[in-house]
Write a protein that binds this ligand. Structure first.
Ligand SMILES: *Cc1c(COP(=O)(O)O)cnc(C)c1O
Length: 394
């Protein structure tokens, strides 16, 4: 008999009932170091006092009005995002996939409003992930996401990362935009080279295409800059964000330049819940904390410390790990043995990591993780690697 909860997840047999900073506590009172942060969501850990206070205060005032009316917290969050980024305007959603959907709708509508409706094809990269709606699995295109869910949405074409010539050759009078993750997350923590991102920007400038970045996972301070594309010194025309922006409250957004958003006039797009007072109040608090330059500087120094230790561990256990890669506090341990076995060994040492493509164990701690917690996490990973290596020898 099917379980009351649709069995679409291969869940670990763990249930957490409380969170404190970088720690999750299960039903038996055992404490786990949370180095998955709810898939890069809990950027400030669990139960951050400023987020709790903001949510509690808003909860006693007003939860929901719909977008039929002005929402002051939404306006304030949009103002701040506009001030801090390339964007001139923001559409709010409840999730990542709605943000990438909005980005694609915006790109198509942009060309429609310019009298070129045939320019509707979106180029994406192989091995990418943009969410789970029919259109976003069509955008990513991998068999793993799309099998059995056809017919798929037409108008997407997947190309090899880093192959700028191949991408340039694919641009035609039907192309509307290029959409990429500056650091591939689900695909296995693969940062795109700064040079490649610059080439994409130049290609879009030359051909008029819109450049869309999906920073749902790599944005919000994760790489040590507020947004990952800042490392390459370029900006997109449209950007989808989610995950970290709500710090655990469901919130996403599609940011755009005025020019890119030109087709999105009243009545063209909407959401019942998107940008509600609860989400935006929390998001505002998250953004104020994470965008602080000294906060981001600390993410960068933590990254250096963590990466160095992980590289030393990977070097010590070559039968378990082959490589450390990633950016900031978005790191991947490339596994030699099955990554799921490594993740499960983590449960036994009470450290949470997340599997990703390319046989990777993802390491995504809260961005405000303490130095001692980084050291403790590395001690646990060292221990699990030692045990796995021993089992392999036995
Ligand atoms: C998680 C993720 C999404 C989808 O976000 P949901 O909130 O699960 O819809 C899209 N793109 C990237 C890069 C992601 O990491």
């Amino acid at each position: 008999m099917v379980s009351p909860v649709l069995p679409t997840y291969a869940r670990a047999p763990l249930a957490f009932i409380k969170g404190e900073g970088s720690w999750l506590i299960n039903e038996d009172g055992q404490r786990f170091l949370d180095f998955g942060a709810g898939i890069a969501v809990n950027v400030l850990g669990h139960a951050h006092p400023r987020l709790v206070a903001a949510l509690k205060a808003q909860a006693t005032e007003l939860w929901h009005t719909s977008n039929l009316y002005r929402i002051p917290a939404q306006e304030e969050l949009a103002d701040l995002l506009v001030q801090m980024t390339f964007a001139d305007t923001v559409f709010f959603t409840n999730s990542g996939t709605e943000a990438t959907e909005a980005a694609v709708k915006m790109a198509r509508r942009h060309w429609h409003s310019k009298g070129c409706p045939q320019r509707n094809e979106i180029l994406t990269l192989k091995n990418s992930f943009h969410g789970r709606t029919i259109s976003m699995i069509s955008a990513a295109g991998s068999e793993k996401l799309t099998e059995g869910f056809g017919p798929l949405t037409p108008g997407f074409r997947q190309l090899e990362p880093d192959a700028i010539d191949e991408i340039e050759a694919a641009v035609s009078e039907n192309t509307a935009a290029i959409m990429v993750e500056p650091v591939l997350g689900e695909g296995g923590i693969v940062p795109l080279a700064d040079g490649f991102l610059k080439e994409l920007r130049e290609l879009c400038d030359r051909t008029g295409l819109l450049l869309i970045f999906d920073e749902i996972q790599c944005g919000m301070g994760r790489t040590g800059k507020l947004f990952a594309h800042e490392w390459a010194g370029i900006t997109p025309d449209v950007m989808a964000i989610a995950k970290g922006i709500g710090g655990g409250f469901p919130l996403g957004a599609c940011l755009a330049t005025e020019q890119a958003a030109a087709g999105m006039t009243a009545g063209t797009h909407g959401s019942t819940f998107g940008g509600n007072p609860l989400g935006c109040t929390v998001g505002l608090e998250v953004l104020k904390i994470v965008s602080d330059e000294s906060f981001l500087e600390r993410v960068r120094s933590c990254s250096g410390r963590l990466r160095q230790k992980l590289e030393s561990i990977a070097g010590s256990y070559p039968a378990v790990f082959s490589e450390v890669r990633g950016s900031g506090l978005m790191l991947g341990l490339v596994c030699r043995m099955n990554n799921q076995e490594v993740i499960e060994a983590g449960y036994r040492e009470r450290i949470l990591m997340i599997p990703a493509g390319g046989n990777v164990a993802r390491i995504l701690p809260p961005l405000n993780v303490a130095d001692a917690e980084l050291d403790e996490a590395c001690a646990r990973i060292d221990r699990l690697a030692a045990k796995l290596a021993e089992d392999l020898d036995a």
